[in-house]
Design a protein around this ligand. Structure first.
Ligand code: ZN
Length: 282
């Protein structure tokens, strides 16, 4: 029943930290794609860790307090592309210092996939380091228009005494817009040696401005918060629930082996269909 046969090919097993394996029924017989397998956790701080999912592709997970994913990719020319940031400037600094220790000093380019702080909470550190940050023009606009409301809502979720440290941090977390805006509807293409990165706007979803980032040479798609890797839809305050499934269907244009959601453990291509079904049920 699904929309594009070529993209949603079979994916038999997903190995995930602390979960031995998850078997997924193949949608298409006799077609196999490489199975996304994550390395063991590389602990960077108490609530921050990296896992390698392809050579030079690290999923970074930060729980602050809700676990969220960003991604660091070593491109063909040696540049590091950081897609989204951990929640805070401090965690972002930790990730980049770890990367420099592992890989040596590199040029870094950052991309924000939306205006929520789990996409760009580390921006102030990136700008201090002179790292260019690409994001849509709408991301900057929404940050200015809705940032205060987002912060107030977040603080409301963190009122319990056990969350005091998070409350305090979110109260002062700097919301800083990307300094290299691009027109949302046009998206963006960046080139690193012989490797390209495509930033694409699939339509309204979890927020009005969520974009996805595609690495064609790796069949790797960072779907961010418009893709849901678990069974909980999460924060829908900015969501267009009606348009969201159709926007996710637009991702069928990408040939993918690995799909990274903003939150959650699943990294298999069927995550796209999972999100359509989950949102359509709401
Ligand atoms: Zn999110």
């Amino acid at each position: 029943m699904f929309f594009v046969v070529g993209v949603l090919t079979a994916c038999n097993t997903v190995s995930v930290e602390d979960v031995a394996s998850v078997t997924i029924t193949p949608k298409v017989a006799n077609v196999s794609t490489p199975t996304p397998v994550l390395s063991a956790r590389i602990d960077l701080a108490e609530d921050l860790y990296a896992r390698e999912v392809q050579a030079g592709v690290f999923v970074i997970t930060h729980a602050f307090p809700w676990p969220g994913n960003s991604m660091l990719v070593e491109m063909a020319d040696g540049t590091l592309v950081l897609v989204d940031t951990p929640y805070t400037p401090e965690a972002t600094q930790t990730v980049l210092e770890w990367a420099e220790k592992q890989l040596g000093k590199r040029d870094i380019v950052a991309i924000n996939t939306g205006y929520h702080y789990d996409n760009l909470g580390g921006n102030v550190y990136l700008l201090e380091q002179g790292i260019p940050i690409y994001g849509s023009d709408l991301t900057g606009q929404l940050l200015a228009e809705r940032g205060d409301a987002l912060r107030a809502m977040t603080l409301d979720w963190l009122k319990a005494p056990k969350d005091k440290a998070y409350y305090d941090a979110h109260q002062t977390l700097p919301y800083v817009a990307p300094d290299h805006p691009f027109p949302l509807d046009e998206g963006l293409q960046l080139t690193f040696g012989d490797e390209t990165v495509e930033v694409y706007y699939p339509g309204l979803s979890h927020t009005p401005d969520n974009v996805v980032v595609y690495f064609p040479g790796r069949k790797l798609l960072f779907g961010g918060c418009m893709l849901i890797g678990g069974d909980s839809v999460g924060n829908t305050a900015d969501a267009d629930m009606k348009a969201w499934p159709e926007s996710v269907r637009n991702l069928a244009r990408f040939d993918v082996d690995v799909v990274i959601p903003g939150h959650g453990e699943r990294l298999d291509p069927q995550l796209i269909e999972h999100t359509v079904e989950l949102i359509s049920r709401q």
